[in-house]
Design a protein around this ligand. Structure first.
Ligand SMILES: Cc1cc2nc3c(=O)[nH]c(=O)nc-3n(C[C@H](O)[C@H](O)[C@H](O)COP(=O)(O)OP(=O)(O)OC[C@H]3O[C@@H](n4cnc5c(N)ncnc54)[C@H](O)[C@@H]3O)c2cc1C
Length: 419
């Protein structure tokens, strides 16, 4: 490395790789420290131009939405970004109905049962990201460096300790003693650093789109479990008074060949099949937007920490979207890591001190794993064609619906109140 290019290399206390919902939230959390933090992403951060709110307020919804738990909402409030999201567009839901397509089993969760105003909020991912990026632009110790697409990395041993150098494809480079990988499910950093993962294909694809229904959703989320995968209707709030409650975001998990077929249907054909799949609970599907398909994989890194590189969010774990927990788990990772780093700094430790990083791993791994096994269990249970299992499933659902303490515990867990 010659002197000239060495001087061009930026050096920080921490590099966060990935400015998605998890990486951007972590950057905001760490802004409370005195650390110099680089936030890199292969895409530019959202520029909060004046016309953006106009775009958000039209009835064009982002096809990617997240069911934001109360715990995540509290985190966004702490970061000062929740009000911006609310002003743009969020839709609270006070109830969730879940039922079995192959029988009579059903369960209904309601916020009122646990004396809460709502179970959660459906928020478009683009709205979450825009609010976080707007906040980042106001933070003096967060340095966004984009576009920066990670191509390789190396560990450099120096007299003052070990440092990680990240290289981008275009010749840019950046260094820090600690690199946090928040670069999503296909994390390049996780692969480059050879983190071992346990992963399997769900053999399901998720089809997502936005629909307009004949009947109002009444701020209730619906989920119908079918052998081939669950179908979720997540309520959205439209700007116009007339049909404010008639838009939903759908996540329809199905076998890959079914997804291919569903993508090839005309809008009318698709709408008719979708209404039938929901047993016409919201009447006819009057309109549907462009459809997108995501292959579903479950993946969990065996360790979240390896020589000054730490995984958070989808880089550490991807989970079936059926319970809408992916980003909520990632935000809990971000919170735990920020707390442990802060605790370490106060105790005079370096940011890459393994004791600090392993404390974060201990706090999050078991929790993430138990949620992943729960989702896997649900998926397998509902894929069963065996009649006695179906019968037990229906009995179990109906019984759970009547068992208030168990049900309340399930609700609190999903809301992130008991993590
Ligand atoms: C169909 C579907 C529905 C879902 N619904 C829900 C839900 O209701 N609730 C919920 O909690 N979760 C849900 N999830 C999961 C949720 O979307 C993810 O958990 C969440 O997006 C993960 O956020 P992240 O910030 O970890 O990763 P990402 O959102 O993937 O962000 C990664 C960032 O890293 C950047 N990046 C990637 N590679 C590089 C590179 N090489 N160099 C530089 N930058 C890079 C990307 O540009 C991006 O900005 C759903 C997922 C799917 C597929």
């Amino acid at each position: 490395m010659d002197r000239m290019s060495d001087a061009q290399i930026n050096e920080f206390d921490i590099v966060i790789a990935g400015a998605g919902m998890v990486g951007a939230s972590l950057a905001c959390l760490l802004a409370e420290s005195s650390l110099r933090i680089a936030l890199i992403d292969r895409n530019p951060l959202v520029q909060n131009k004046d016309n953006e709110s106009a775009e958000i307020h039209s009835d064009k919804f982002d096809p990617r939405v997240s069911a934001i738990s109360q715990a995540s909402q509290q985190l966004f409030q702490q970061l000062g970004v929740w009000e911006d999201m609310k002003a743009a567009r969020v839709c609270n839901y006070g109830a969730m109905e879940v039922w079995d397509a192959e029988g009579t089993g059903s369960i209904e969760f309601s916020a009122a049962e646990i004396n809460q105003p709502e179970l959660g909020n459906i928020v478009e991912n683009s709205i979450i990201i825009a609010a976080l990026h707007k906040r980042i632009a106001q933070l003096e110790n967060i340095f966004p460096i984009t576009p920066f697409s990670i191509e390789s990395f190396e560990h450099i041993e120096r007299q003052d300790g070990s440092i990680v150098k990240l290289n981008a494809g275009d010749g840019q480079a950046i260094r820090a003693p600690l690199v946090i990988a928040a670069d999503g499910a296909n994390s390049k950093l996780r692969q480059l650093a050879n983190f071992e993962c346990r992963e399997w294909d769900y053999e399901q694809h998720a089809l997502v789109t936005t629909v307009r229904t004949q009947l109002p959703h009444n701020n209730t989320a619906l989920q119908r479990f079918m052998e081939t995968g669950p179908l979720a209707f997540l309520p959205l709030r439209a700007a116009s008074e007339d049909d404010a409650q008639q838009f939903c975001s759908i996540v329809w998990s199905m076998l890959p060949d079914q997804a291919e077929r569903a993508m090839s249907l005309s809008e009318d054909e698709f709408n008719a099949e979708l209404a039938a799949a929901l047993e016409s609970k919201l009447g006819a599907i009057e309109w549907s937007d462009k459809r997108f398909v995501f292959p579903l994989r479950q993946r969990h890194a065996l360790n979240y920490v390896k020589e000054s590189i730490v995984l958070v969010g989808d880089a550490a774990h991807t989970i079936h979207p059926l319970a809408g927990q992916g980003v909520n788990l990632g935000l809990l990772d971000a919170k735990a890591l920020a707390e442990e780093l802060q605790r370490g700094i106060e105790a005079g430790r370096s940011v890459a001190d393994p004791t600090v990083l392993l404390r974060y791993q201990r706090r999050r791994k078991g929790n993430n794993l138990s949620m992943m096994w729960l989702m896997e269990g649900f998926k397998r249970l509902f894929a069963q064609q065996n009649l006695s299992i179906r019968w037990l499933r229906n009995i179990g659902m109906n019984a759970a619906d009547k068992m208030t303490p168990i049900k309340n515990q399930m609700i609190r867990k999903a809301m992130g109140l008991d993590s």
